[in-house]
Design a protein around this ligand. Sequence first.
Ligand code: NAD
Length: 319
Amino acid sequence: MLIVPEKLIADLVSAEDAFAAVEATFAAMAREEAYNFPVVREALGEGRQYGFKSGLDRAGGMLGVKAGGYFPGNAGKGMPNHQSSVYLFDPETGRPTAMVGGNLLTALRTAAASAISIDRLARRDAKVLGMVGAGHQAAFQLRAAARVRRFEKVIAWNLHPEMLPKLGEVAAELGLPFEAVPLERMVEADVIVTITSSPAASLMAAHVAPGTHLACMGTDTRGKQEVEPALLARARVFTDEVAQSVTIGEAQHAVAAGLIAAADITPIGAVVAGLAEGRQSEAQITLFDGTGVGLQDLAVAGAAVRRAEEFGLAIAVEV
Ligand code: NAD
């Protein structure tokens, strides 16, 4: 099998590579050529979480699992709190084929998902990008969003305002004016990305103007919530995978409240594959519930392995 260490990923997989790999995977899911296995996620105590996201892509010849979790004590030991790695297997024989560092890949595949939703669903003339959240992942989401629309300004809110200047530096790198605003001013945004670990809604339906596209990316577990459920009732809702959206995604709350049903949610892959309509009018609110699926991880890990082999950087071991 081949090993591709975490430290090589930055030189092997770009945001563009991740976008292409994840978009192809979403389309394969919609064509039922690829599917995710049920997610396993366990609380280990003291805030630690660990889980496994896995799947099979018949068309892409990928079988594998991402093992990963959140370890809040790591920062104090000089390590990232999020730790993950991806394991790939030959779908014909079950032989392990690769082990790939998964930390940067997770950030890239998550940013790619929201960018794909913006590319497919936001109004073409979107000018103002609203960011709700300013943690580790927010910088990746901002960079990826800026690749798919000609934004002229970034407005941002974060529960912990001291984190905003760092996100402002990313906007400055991209040549975009940046302003910290109260949540009420998100009504000025054409596109809003939410990327927080919030346990209760911050963004309310009244904070969102007609015609806005939202990419809600923070809610990936039961009990997390970023937006008011009434917003999903007002919007056309899309997701990476409906089964995850209604159980661990942002839609879990609107579904539990009886405001929307699973049948109201469109997989983004169906839009990519030309099997479903995207935005239907300039005034429609579109909302992408990005829950994070295992196939996204396999797609970017596969891209990393191919590039590592091409550059002669993959480490071969016998298992
Ligand atoms: P982080 O710890 O670096 O940042 C957390 C963010 O949430 C910060 O902006 C913080 O201010 C904010 N926050 C914390 N408590 C809050 C509260 N009570 N109300 C509102 N905001 C609050 O984490 P990160 O790596 O940036 O990840 C952000 C979220 O995205 C996490 O919930 C993570 O699990 C999730 N995530 C989802 C995917 C996916 O595929 N959907 C992938 C990666 C991460």
